[in-house]
Design a protein around this ligand. Sequence first.
Ligand code: ADP
Ligand code: MG
Length: 414
Amino acid sequence: MRDIEVRGKRVLVRVDYNVPLDAGKILDDSRIRATLPTISYLREQRAKVILMSHLGRPKGWDEALSLRPVAERLAKLLAHEQSRRRPGVDHGDTSSPESWASPREGAVQMTDCCVGVDVQRAAHSLREGGVLLLENLRFHAEEEANDPEYAKALASLGEVYVNDAFGTAHRAHASTEGVARLLPAVAGLLMEKEIEFLSLAVENPERPYAAIIGGAKISTKMAALENLLSKVDKLLIGGGMANTFLKAEGFNVGESLVEDDYLEQAKSVMRQADEKGVRLLLPADVIVAERFAADSPARRVSVKDVPEGWRIMDVGETTIDVFARALQDCRMVVWNGPMGVIEMAPFAHGSHRLAGVIANLREATTIIGGGETAAVVEQVGLASRFSHVSTGGGASLEFLEGKELPGVTALMDA
Ligand code: ADP
Ligand code: MG
């Protein structure tokens, strides 16, 4: 974005404002905050900023999935950002957007639709530095269908296209891919940061390089595992997906989540690791529970001693100790997927401890990919201690798989 002239131009920006909502109330505005650097930069350049996003999975027009609450929150955040940049002003309590002053300075216009004559008029009459947010892109089925006419209608609103929505870059939709073919297309500041860090993980990582892969299912992470096998020096496996590896190794895993269809592939991963000289670590001890419930009786056992009828819910202390030692000399660490059933407090411990271990690595570039994994480090207040916490769960996983993301490829072509 910084390499092209945007001054005074109408800049069409794809953002990811797919925020969690409860009856019109925004539960977490971090996705909105994440776009402020790009928007502020464009406004400083006196560009006319036209923002577009999807929200949820509407089937046609749906009041409950209108972006209006987002426009209001964005206006407050922008007003706050502006006053923050002005010296000599006491800003008082800045933690709660509800308590901030008039959003006038950050005024965000909003349209009832994202294409059509009214939208055209609004876009073309924007003042320099003005901000317009289009209504939910997915109110039209043409968005996900990457319909060329729809892309053309969107493109007609701007003179330049900026994609700052990494979280949807793995989808070839009208607003992420179609539009990029029709206008000069560049990455926004958030997108740039995502690509910069995730590229380190798959292109030329500093060594030793360790990937820690966890989460529920091996099936969803197989492609990433195979790609990472040829990049990493150490592969640490935890979470539910470790169960399939443990079973493939001949351990009894009781009633644990296992994917029997993947036993052969798990063996193949272990074989390949051996051949490539990758050090592969599986859990040594685990927390097992009688039932899949937070209040179930639970205890720590060696992976050799999982009781019949019980299930693995988390990794044990020894496993984290071993993982911590393996990570100590690493210069690059990528973590995707929790070590246990983080939704249940007694089984979130392994993931929380691991977050602390990685956060304390001084010499390493540390990257979090994966939605739940990002939530874990936010939960324990360690997000800022990582080099990069990706905002795109699915997109970061596809990046680690070595796939091209259509939304990114389209930009590079421009
Ligand atoms: P991410 O979103 O970070 O990529 P995933 O979606 O792959 O992570 O995995 C997160 C899920 O994995 C969580 O819902 C968690 O409950 C589940 N999980 C982790 N360990 C286990 C386990 N031992 N048994 C069952 N589910 C597990
Ligand atoms: Mg997930």
